[in-house]
Ligand binder design. Sequence first.
Ligand code: FAD
Length: 687
Amino acid sequence: IKFDKLDIGVFCALALAVVAYLQLDKLRALIFSDDSSLAVHSDSRDIVEVLKENKKDFLVIYASQTGTSEDYAKKFAKELAQKFSLNVMCVDVENYDFENLNMLPENVIVSIFISTYGEGDLPDGAFQFEEWLQYLNPGDLANIRYTMFGFGNSTYEFYNGAAKKTEKLLSEAEAKRVGSFGLADDGSGSTDEDYLGWKESIFEDLKDALALHEREVVFESSYDYSELPKEVNNSISLGEPITAYLPGTPLSYNDDGKQLGPFDSTHPYVAPIVNTRELMKSSDRNCIHVEFDLSGSNIKYSTGDHIAVWPSNPDEKVAKFISVFGLDSETVFDLKPKDNTMKIPFPVPTTIGAAVRHYLQISGPISRQIFSSISQYVSETALKDKLNALSKDKVAFAEQITSKYFDLADVLLYLSNGVKWDFVPWVYLVETVPHMQPRYYSISSSSSTEKQTVHITAVVENFPNPTAPALGPVTGVTTNLLRHIHLTKTNEDIAKSTLPVHYDLNGPRGLFSPYKLPVHVRRSTFRLPSNPATPIIMIGPGTGVAPFRGFIRERIKLVSSQENVSLGKHLLFYGCRNDDDFLYHDEWPDYAKKLDGVFEMVVAYSRIPGKPKVYVQHSMMERKAELYELIEKGAFIYVCGDAKGMAQDVHKTFLDILSQGKDITTEEASEILKTFKTSGKYLEDVW
Ligand code: FAD
């Protein structure tokens, strides 16, 4: 083979590009101290070696998709350490190898926390852990004792599938479970209580198994906490989602100032919001359509995927939190891990103000557990007793606290009759208040029509507090932020509007200006059938319609770009109260026209004066013969939206349709639907 000068030039350029790319990744790992690189400082990935190196005597491992099991695993580890003086190592399975687990010292128990994602799957980061589990032989773990707790949603067929799968493989390898197999059900909204009930009994089991003695809980920080001079330089985070976004971090931006990826759940892309729209006409409810521009980021998505939005807290809630705990927003602090196994929870050094605004989840339902731990700082006996009593009484807690929709700052002021809680150490709050997590949205655009733009459809969480109106409305963090952006961007008069809370839209050092938010895309299994002739049945009331807008736009693109495409029936059951909250009301007639006769939307109205309430399942029953016929023709079924009520009602309706159509029992119909779910013909995207 002969090469001319041009070939050699091209080769050299390619080789340089490859080297530069590889070096870039290495440099990145060295320079950026985001969560993933802080996870382990030790050279080893061997879980037992690291445990021994750090002289730990209890192991807690977690596999988390959205941060829930991570949060609970850390709480569990902290409480174990404080109550029983254990030296607990708490780590993400993603960062370790388990091949030598059977070398674990005899008196060490492993507590496992596993979330289920998708169709009974383990979280993405647990890929290697799962592979290790699958190759275990009987007897391989005969010397291992473990506890097991799973996080799942009973609406899904494979409820807690990941924890069940893990449990099965561990028991086949003859590992011995200590105590009961705990399961949390988000479908019934009882995750926190499920965990607390399990934890109380498992602590008793662990006490027996390890001859532990309980002591009074005294908070000890897992970090070396220090305060720095109040000078904000370029190394101090002001709420940047990860340290890569600090000014002057090399290799974060290219010469044109564009952010450098790759972007994923550990490195969000700060995406410009190019368009927003209010989708509701009513005066007291809002639903915001938001379009994120991903061009230049190299992020790819497919129709049916999710996008995660990284929010921050509103001014009002930040101010209240800072005031109740008597904090100084300007204080600059640093956290250093006490040993190699600890992970820093967010970018530090930072200021207290930035941490409260960007890194802590300061609003939302409160866990009973916090009452027992915070009581250690209370000297007034009556208040201390009240906190302890409420923390032990599930029913009283639900009646007196949960029902009032208190945020943490509100509830503490309420219990102390307005006296501030400035005696609670800041470092305790850093470790006890949950950390802010991104919120997921079903993408409502199609990757065929909007390649670089992702649309979401977010209903704004904002309602008057039913039992404590003086506290102001109950608001969701992300959706009110999206609405604030929408109102500001479209120049609507915010003062006159009903905006209940207000945000710093500029973000740290102007990072979110003008109108940007950090996002990352998550793959889902919610996909159209590859054969367009396959009929599909879609059920998506409210914002559950989001991915179906994407599906229909995808089909329109297909028929407009290819000749002679034969589409199967596309039947959508949509539900809303009335025409005021009919999402994308103006778009559907056009879609129906373009998909001439193939696409049909059935609308169930639940609040038309003088008319009976109609929900999607009622409309489905009215069309039961047709639905049965479509199922017999091999239709794919898609359900999206509310997990608690709707998805279960819809499932039951399909059971009725099948059992009546085939003249079989409900149990037999249930088996059929189960096979549909396993084979990916009945797909749910519910939350
Ligand atoms: P949060 O701050 O997370 O609050 C959650 C709820 O708690 C709100 O209802 C809020 O009013 C309530 N609350 C606030 N304070 C308190 C308190 N003190 N006590 C008790 N309750 C309180 N949503 C959509 O709108 N569209 C979608 O397409 C969509 N797709 C999703 C897809 C997936 C896979 C998942 C998991 C979720 C999806 N969601 C969707 C839901 C979405 O992720 C968010 O949960 C939702 O938008 C609320 O987020 P928020 O930050 O505004 O509320």
